[in-house]
Design a protein around this ligand. Structure first.
Ligand code: ZN
Length: 885
């Protein structure tokens, strides 16, 4: 067992929530900034009742306390106590002002939480990251999201070293100081929680744009980046403007300060952060140009810029009462971003991409030792709960509810939610309550989705009664037990559906017991809210094929005994682009089962047949075709196995693609590739992106049956690529095929992009996709490369993350070598950056379902991490849940 009870304090529980004893109305902060040491003076204007509340207790960690005064008087030693994490002060009254002065060491901060240095000390810049509990590393404060205060922030620093000084809020003066120093002040008029505080100081350049809101207010938009990257900010600026316009038009929400600053950094623990008026981005989600970014990355920049901007209302103006409500802002904001991206691009492709992510990242989480509800009941380290469940499943819950209310009803509900909770710290009950009240509908049954972990299984059985021309659909639900939650209740599951005749047409629906006016539509939603329910459709002339959960109307796993021919019919004819893809995924899964079990080949034949027909049907959108031609990934396929052997899964999936390629034919593939290659360009419009996507997929399929030709074409594509999308696709085909040409291409890439960190990340990650066990040698060689460092999260993810998560067959070596290497690096990483170490450790998720040999080896690797002395609370919580969950 573990002997580090010091790193596992009692968990925080939702049921223990109490309103704050002391509040802060106003904060005045003064920073004397320096790379090695920074001094912070804080004046807190306190509100509370000492008779009721007892001494003031403030959070504070890892700071050197220089002085402390209450109401202008130095505090006597007996009047305050500072132990590790809490400062206690006696004698505080309502209206008291507490002044503290602390010293921080930004350059020594490798955890990237609180105030830290990004880049080398000679030219790097200072910045902060406060969510969730970073502010307590900057000054003493009730560091919880339900304490809202207005902030006045003064920054002072050497002018040459820190020409740019930024904080959240509106600018409120600047000027010179003695000794080559200068100052700048910012006032944020909107009360905010401490996790939204931010500052940035250093040598940055800017891209500016004047924006006028719908109501005519002028806002200055400024994107800041280091000098070599400022040329890559144009796309993000456009995306920001589109986001602002969209939120005005779709939600009636305007921006509310005179300036909006956005900053790019290469040293960041997550994607980006919505600090009020001063968003900070991982450069990966802000910088883009055709020479170093792929089409997917462009879309990710647009999505993350929108996400952070949308937080200004869903998160900042209305924030969370406590961290258990995290999905209140994150699930809602992911949903708003998904709607936006669907409006800007193709709705079907966006839905496919999001559901694929949910299945790859969230379903496995919900099925393993780390499973937790969208609103967890307890946590030890809140940073471990920024998960796919809180974000992605949380978004699916909002989507279900929005679907239930309809477009106008949802808008009505959101208007009430925003107006009623503006300037407040709210709960999920406040959210559902406002939506319910504005629509006269009781949404409280949906609360169960927030408290119940695990992915529900929805099973569907159809029965056609020729004599009565009726079709009975029986739906039932079941959620398997998860750690700490063995009993599951029935949830409301909206099932959007259509029925197809044998010619592939949707038929009018006449649901028994329906009002006459709802009758006759070809699509409708039924809600299963019990364990089992029947729905009877009348006037059905022939046994129909049901298209269920259209658009993925609920985050469940559908179990339906379709005949392969039924799925093939949907794959050929369903006008719902998402469900067409979904039918293909289901059919591919059955085809995979055919290969594994070696019994019949009906599904395999049907899948290949239908896709070959679609391949030759020129009317299909090229990007949708590319997605249709891609079977579920290895992680998804593994989820269905009772005992997982990752190398078998890999081999079978490769065979599946081989069958498809053979069925389409070498010649047809090569011809299609060449015609697509002839039209390659640099443009970012949907059609050009779609061509590149299909071209890549066709080349990958070709490489399965004719590697020599595919590698020759890939080499040509690499050499002549006008964009990173084409270059990286070619490189990936060469690496994955272990082609002799890969070596020269990789050398060239390294040379060409040596000074471009985001491109170098791709150089690392593409090589982690080398097939088979040999990739371990490559990973070891790459970590010895001069460009590798454990101190940079993007670099760590591009090597260890891409390998351990993106190449299951390579990571899960039967000799456990992969597990050992990861375990060793986790221990080192934990000493530098606990957040990143904890997230990386989740790569072991699913270990309990591995075949016995690998399972034993994985367990001892995880145990060796658990036994490491001085583990952080972050990593400790993950490995403990992993072992005992
Ligand atoms: Zn967010």
């Amino acid at each position: 067992m573990n002997n580090r009870s010091d790193t596992s304090p009692a968990p925080v529980r939702l049921s223990d929530y109490r309103a704050p004893a002391w509040r802060v109305s106003q904060v005045e902060l003064t920073f004397d900034l320096g790379i090695d040491t920074t001094e912070v003076t804080s004046r807190l204007h306190l509100q509370g009742d000492p008779a009721q509340q007892g001494p003031l207790r403030l959070d504070g960690e890892g700071m050197e306390l220089l002085s402390i005064e209450l109401d202008g008087q130095p505090l006597a030693d007996h009047a305050w106590r500072y132990t590790d994490t809490v400062l206690e002060v006696d004698g505080v009254r309502d209206g008291s002002v507490l002044e503290t002065r602390v010293r921080l060491q930004p350059a020594a901060n490798t955890a990237l939480e609180g105030l830290y240095l990004s880049g080398p000390r000679e030219r790097g810049f200072l910045l902060t990251q406060c969510e969730a509990e970073g502010f307590r590393h900057i000054t003493f404060f009730p560091d919880r999201p339900d304490v809202l205060a207005s902030y006045t922030v003064t920054l002072r620093a050497d002018r040459d070293r820190f020409p740019v000084l930024l904080a959240g809020g509106n600018p409120d003066g600047e000027g010179a100081l003695e000794g080559g120093r200068h100052w700048a002040r910012f006032v944020d008029p909107h009360p905010k929680p401490s996790y939204l505080f931010a500052l940035v100081a250093g040598r940055l350049q800017k891209l500016e744009h004047d924006y006028v809101t719908g109501s005519g207010r002028s806002v200055k938009l400024v994107i800041w980046a280091e000098p070599d990257a400022i040329g890559q900010c144009g796309y993000a600026m456009d995306a920001l403007e589109r986001s602002m316009r969209w939120d005005e038009q779709v939600y009636g929400r305007e921006y509310d300060l005179d300036v909006f600053h956005v900053v790019a950094t290469h040293d960041f623990n997550m994607g980006a952060m919505e600090n009020k008026g001063l968003n900070i981005f991982n450069a990966k989600y802000l910088l883009a140009d055709p020479d170093s970014s792929t089409d997917d990355e462009y879309r990710a920049v647009e999505a993350v810029v929108a996400h952070e901007y949308f937080h200004n209302w869903s998160g900042n103006r209305v924030t969370c009462r406590d961290w258990f409500q995290l999905s209140l802002k994150e699930g809602l904001t992911v949903f708003r971003e998904q709607q936006f991206s669907a409006d800007m691009n193709s709705p079907a492709l966006k839905r496919i991409e999001d559901v694929a992510l949910l299945r790859r990242a969230q379903f496995p989480e919900d099925a393993g030792p780390l499973a937790h509800p969208v609103r967890p009941a307890q946590y030890s380290e809140i940073n471990n709960f920024y998960t796919a469940t809180v974000y992605e499943k949380g978004s699916e819950l909002v989507r279900m509810i929005a679907g239930r209310l309809g477009r106008e009803g949802f808008r009505r509900g959101m208007d009430l939610y925003f107006s009623r909770n503006d300037g407040r710290a709210a709960t999920l009950e406040d959210f559902l309550g406002a939506l319910s009240e504005a629509n006269g509908i009781d949404l409280s049954p949906y609360l169960a989705w927030y408290s119940q972990a695990g992915t529900p299984r929805l099973s569907a059985r159809g029965h056609y009664d020729a004599a009565h021309r009726s079709y009975t659909l029986t739906l039932s639900q079941h959620t398997p037990p998860t750690p700490q939650q063995s009993h599951k209740q029935a949830l409301p599951i909206p099932v959007k559906l259509a029925l197809f005749d044998r010619a592939g047409h949707m038929i009018p629906l006449h649901l028994a017991g329906d009002k006459a006016d709802a009758s006759g539509a070809t699509e409708r939603v039924v809600v299963l809210d019990r364990a089992e329910q029947q729905f009877v459709f009348q006037q059905v002339n022939d046994a129909p094929v049901p298209s269920l959960l259209r658009g993925f109307s609920a985050p469940v796993i559908l179990e339906c005994a379709y005949a392969p021919a039924d799925l093939a019919l949907l794959l050929r004819h369903d006008p719902d682009g998402f469900n067409r893809w979904e039918a293909g995924q289901q059919l591919a899964t059955r085809a995979y089962d055919n290969l594994r079990d070696g019994d019949d080949t009906r599904a395999l034949d049907a899948w290949c047949e239908a896709l070959a027909a679609l391949f030759n049907d020129g009317s299909l959108d090229a990007a949708l075709l590319a997605d249709l031609l891609t079977p579920p990934g290895e992680i998804e396929l593994s989820e269905r196995e009772r005992q997982v052997n990752p190398s078998h899964v890999h081999t079978l999936r490769q065979q599946l693609q081989e069958h498809l390629a053979v069925r389409i034919g070498q010649e047809a593939l090569q011809r299609r590739y060449e015609s697509l290659a002839a039209h390659t360009n640099l443009q970012l419009d949907a059609a050009s992106q779609a061509h590149r996507r299909l071209k890549r997929r066709v080349l990958e399929l070709l490489s399965r049956i004719d590697p020599w030709t595919a590698h020759t074409l890939a080499t040509l594509q690499y050499d002549n690529a006008p964009s990173m999308t084409d270059r990286l696709a070619a490189l990936s085909v060469l690496v994955r095929g272990d082609a002799p040409q890969a070596h020269a291409a990789l050398l060239h890439f390294r040379e060409r992009y040596a000074d471009n960190p985001l491109a170098m990340d791709k150089w690392f990650s593409v090589q982690t996709q080398l097939p088979g066990e040999v990739v371990l040698e490559r990973v070891r060689a790459l970590e010895a490369d001069a460009a590798f460092t454990l101190k940079n999260p993007n670099r760590v993810n591009s090597l260890f993350g891409a390998w351990a998560r993106g190449n299951p067959n390579g990571f899960h070596r039967p000799d456990g070598g992969g597990y050992q290497l990861l375990a060793e690096r986790l221990k080192q990483l934990d000493a530098l950056n606990p957040q990143i170490a904890a997230r990386m450790a989740t790569a072991f998720n699913g270990w309990q379902r591995l075949e016995p040999g690998r399972r034993t080896l994985a367990r001892s690797a995880i145990e060796s991490v658990a036994a490491h002395p001085g583990l952080s609370r972050n990593l400790n919580e993950i490995v403990q849940s992993m072992l005992h969950g």
